[in-house]
Design a protein around this ligand. Structure first.
Ligand SMILES: Cc1cc2nc3c(=O)[nH]c(=O)nc-3n(C[C@H](O)[C@H](O)[C@H](O)COP(=O)(O)OP(=O)(O)OC[C@H]3O[C@@H](n4cnc5c(N)ncnc54)[C@H](O)[C@@H]3O)c2cc1C
Length: 373
């Protein structure tokens, strides 16, 4: 079968492009190796604020988002400027979020930094108390630290959220704020809100170590929406090479489909950055592994990184080169029908924003170009 577009990489950018194209009546397939950055997602779409088109796309997929100018609480107890966020994430006008906070964790759960949170909130003048819930339902997970992880906990606590509410109410004294780990609403995004309504204090959900429950839920919802619109999602497969002739990509070959090539009129490269192997660095170069595209990076390896670890790192800005229409460049020439979206672009298009903002805006831009064809 020949598709209108084949999308390589099924993270945020691949899914946004796929949903947009399917909605416009195009036939598409997404081929994606595995986990993507959404599994590590804070719940905040950096460099995006209010945007009707983007909010509509998320709402139609069941991804509930909101935006208020101000700050959000990070998992380390500091505050960060707000951006378009999942409904689980509270956005505050300022870091003075209350007077007294009760921070509640689950006994034996080490991926939620209650003491850092307490330290951070105390710096903002809140008095903090940390308490642990010992739920018999979590006993089986508690026996093995590798089982006591966010997604496994979410599977157990979502169906018993009313019990969690009761237990937290028993712990609550005169606090006006309750901080809970973000381990609610894996299957049902309404659970965090029900918990908020059940507790007579402001409830704030703070991030945990990965996997991110709100991120996994977002991935599941976007993927479901894509498939409901008729998109074909080939999970666990990897594009290993492409058939390119005279500047036109005709087809791609995958690891699982053996010698069978997948054909399309247009292709989108949304393979992510180093983390997802969309870009690969070796001691000599930074390269794009599927097509061997031109990459914007510094020749001198000593200029790739800043020895001050916490500072901005130059290598994070490297990305695949494109022309003004986001078509990939190879040997300085655009490939006619290969578009690039998401973090594989690095910082080559600052006007599209950074992080999730870049992923969503570039995906919409390439989908628009393909719809014009
Ligand atoms: C750990 C981490 C956490 C982040 N957290 C946030 C956050 O909280 N907020 C925010 O705004 N931004 C965050 N970002 C920035 C992030 O890059 C973007 O938000 C966005 O999710 C990136 O989406 P993407 O689709 O470009 O790439 P990815 O999400 O990386 O997806 C790329 C996909 O392509 C697949 N792939 C790669 N090569 C191939 C191949 N050859 N064949 C088939 N599939 C392939 C990968 O397996 C992966 O599934 C984070 C980034 C990282 C690395």
């Amino acid at each position: 079968m020949k598709y209108d577009a084949v999308i390589i990489g099924g993270g945020l950018s691949g899914l946004v492009a796929g949903i947009t194209l399917q909605k416009a009546g195009k036939s598409t397939a997404i081929i994606s190796t595995g986990q993507n950055a959404l599994y590590f997602f804070s719940g905040t779409f950096e460099s995006l604020q209010e945007d009707r088109r983007i909010q509509e796309l998320f709402t139609e997929a069941g991804v509930r988002v909101h935006y208020t100018p101000g700050v959000r609480l990070t998992p380390m107890g500091s505050f960060r400027e707000s951006a378009l966020s999942l409904e689980d994430i509270d956005l505050f006008p300022s870091a003075k979020i209350g007077r007294k906070a009760l921070i509640v964790n689950f006994l034996g759960y080490h991926d939620f930094f209650s003491s850092f949170l307490a330290e951070g909130l105390e710096k903002q003048g809140l008095q903090c108390r940390v308490r642990f819930l010992n739920l018999p339902e979590l006993e089986r997970l508690e026996q093995s630290p590798s089982e006591m992880r966010s997604v496994q906990i979410a599977r157990v606590v979502d169906p018993i959220w009313e019990k969690v509410v009761q237990e937290v109410r028993l712990l609550l004294k005169d606090e006006d704020t309750v901080v809970l780990p973000q381990v609610f609403g894996l299957q049902d995004g309404a659970v965090p809100d029900r918990i908020r309504q059940g507790i007579p204090a402001r409830v704030v959900f703070a991030g945990t170590l990965p996997p991110s429950v709100p991120g996994v839920r977002t991935q599941m919802l976007l993927k479901k929406r894509y498939q409901l619109l008729g998109g074909v999602y080939l999970m666990g497969d990897e594009v290993v090479r492409a058939h390119v002739h005279e500047g036109v990509v005709h087809s791609v070959a995958t690891r699982n489909l053996d010698n069978h090539y997948v054909e399309a009129s247009a292709f989108i490269l949304s393979t992510g950055s180093y983390f997802s192997k969309g870009l690969v660095a070796n001691p000599f170069q930074v390269y794009e592994p599927v097509f061997g595209l031109d990459v914007d990076y510094r020749e001198n390896r000593n200029e790739w990184y800043n020895p001050a670890f916490a500072e901005d790192q130059p290598y994070m800005h490297f990305g695949v080169k494109t022309d003004g229409q986001l078509r990939a460049l190879k040997d300085g020439q655009p490939l006619e029908n290969l578009y690039v979206a998401g973090s594989v672009l690095g910082d080559t298009h600052p006007e599209l924003g950074t992080a999730a903002g870049l992923a969503v805006r570039s995906a919409l831009a390439v989908a628009d170009r393909i719809m014009e064809l």
